[in-house]
Design a protein around this ligand. Structure first.
Ligand code: SF4
Length: 163
């Protein structure tokens, strides 16, 4: 199985708490105005890497506190990211995922909701230029929520993380 990616950041401190291994997925359909990464939009752009290669790189990295799926939108390659998340969770690795979709829609979608089982944190929603913020950590605009996925699933309502 291969992932199509725009790039990797193997020890980032800006894409979630702690030091994180970040996978920038290639492909995004949201077309948010003011997006900083338009090069990640074409679904046939970027480059292909073996999922095994990324998985091995992550589990052999002793310095990270977690993994972040960013983009682009990782949900464009939902099967591949479900597989990677499932395998990483067997090692109890913390996983944060960005998407332009919102939690309320994801939970109604047969395939998209499956990945929630393996995520710790979901940053949801499109980037809205008029709501751009520098005050809220790890988001581009203040409509985007940082959701504690496991608590939200259990309580059947959205529980946001307060950092
Ligand atoms: S979801 Fe993210 S990558 Fe996609 S257009 Fe919006 S800001 Fe850009």
């Amino acid at each position: 199985m291969k992932l199509r990616i725009a790039g990797l950041s193997k020890e980032s401190v800006v894409d979630g708490p702690g030091i994180r291994y970040v996978i920038f997925a290639q492909g995004c359909l949201h077309n948010c105005r003011g997006c900083h990464n338009p090069n990640t939009h074409p679904i046939d752009g970027g480059y292909l890497v073996e999922l095994d290669e990324i998985y091995n790189d992550i589990i052999n990295n002793k310095f990270i506190d977690g993994v972040t799926f960013s983009g682009g939108d990782p949900f464009v390659q939902i099967d591949e990211f479900i597989e990677l998340a499932k395998r990483l969770k067997k090692h109890n690795i913390n996983i944060m995922c960005y998407t332009g979709y919102i939690y309320e829609d994801i939970i109604k979608h047969e395939k998209y909701k499956e990945i929630l089982n393996y995520l710790d944190t979901l940053v949801d929603g499109k980037f809205i230029l008029e709501r751009k913020t520098l005050k809220k950590p790890y988001v581009g605009s203040d409509n985007q929520r940082i959701i504690d996925v496991q608590k939200s699933l259990k309580q059947n309502k959205i529980i946001e993380v307060k950092w």
